[in-house]
Design a protein around this ligand. Structure first.
Ligand code: SAM
Length: 292
């Protein structure tokens, strides 16, 4: 069996930071985990087994990486900060199943990585994410069709709420619909600021997104559906008819949208934020037919 983690508490974290005179970089969203219970919870909810290839985004000093390495078959950890690379070499030296990739995660071809390291089979993604790029990371995983089985991530509490919510909530938006189209979101734990060093100013939450085997709704043209979703939430306070009419790249007249809403039994004054995922799928199918 593999070595047990040594990081994950304040004392050992401070020791490593001092040894390397590490200076936190705000621009990289660096808040390192110092709570063993939270780390254990992440590993358990991600259901990591010795068959798994896991991608970790932003390993920091390697805390969560040690936990992953002791349970998974293999781990690839992608870190952007030059200053952390020698630290990771040190803190992960006892593990023979970890590769550190020194790169911006948004520039890494994760499809290729899954192909090389896991024969193209679905991978697990686990991370305490840098909060400034949470949405591009998640949308990139889904839209680039990276083969993922599940994504277990620490995010800002408010973002976790946005992923889980439906119509009628102020948090409902394009991220909610995209996440729910591709995956089933489940809240794993709320995590207070004192579990991190330095403490973030916002509350955090661990959320697990389990990829659907097939989408829960039938959209004949996925791209069109997401264009409609984005256009209607870009102009949140406008009616759907005006919101879509004002998006020049879509070329959808107010008459077409009004006619489609009537066919669907919805009022012409409805706002996009009132529509469910199912209704957005139907809307895009009907608009697609009329445009064809
Ligand atoms: N996993 C560590 C932990 O839990 O203690 C660190 C988490 S910290 C919230 C986020 C990490 O992501 C930092 O190490 C930061 O340098 C790294 N990071 C920020 N932007 C990144 C990017 N574009 N690509 C890869 N890593 C990034």
């Amino acid at each position: 069996s593999r070595p047990l983690p040594t990081l994950g508490n304040p004392k050992n974290t401070i020791e490593v930071l001092n040894k390397y005179k590490f200076v936190f970089q705000k621009k990289f969203g660096q808040n390192f985990l110092i709570d063993e219970h939270v780390l254990g919870k992440i590993i358990r909810s991600a259901e990591i087994t010795e068959n798994d290839f896991v991608v970790e985004i932003g390993p920091g000093i390697g805390t969560l990486t040690q936990y992953l390495a002791s349970s998974a078959r293999e781990v690839a950890a992608i870190e952007i900060d030059d200053a952390l690379i020698p630290i990771l070499e040190d803190t992960l030296s006892v593990y023979d199943n970890v590769t550190v990739i020194h790169e911006d995660v948004l520039k890494v071809d994760l499809c290729k990585l899954a192909q090389e390291k896991n024969d193209g089979r679905p991978i697990k993604v686990v991370a305490n994410l840098p909060y400034y790029i949470t949405t591009p990371i998640i949308m990139g995983l889904f839209e680039n069709h990276v083969p993922v089985e599940s994504i277990t991530i620490m995010v800002q509490k408010e973002v976790a709420d946005r992923m889980k919510t439906g119509p009628g909530s102020k948090d409902y938006g394009a991220l909610s619909l995209a996440v729910q189209y591709y995956a089933k979101p489940e809240l794993v734990a709320n995590v207070p600021p004192n579990c991190f060093m330095p403490r973030p100013r916002v509350g955090s939450a661990v959320i697990r997104l389990t990829r659907h085997e097939a989408p829960p709704v039938q959209a004949a043209d996925e791209k069109l559906m997401f264009q409609l979703i984005r256009a209607s939430f870009n102009q949140r306070r406008k009616t759907l008819v005006n919101g879509l009419g004002n998006a020049p790249e879509l070329h959808i007249s107010k008459e077409v949208t009004t006619a489609v809403l009537e066919e669907m039994g919805l009022p012409a004054t409805i706002r996009g934020e009132a529509l469910t995922l199912e209704q957005f799928a139907e809307l895009s199918n009907r608009i697609g037919e009329k445009r064809a």
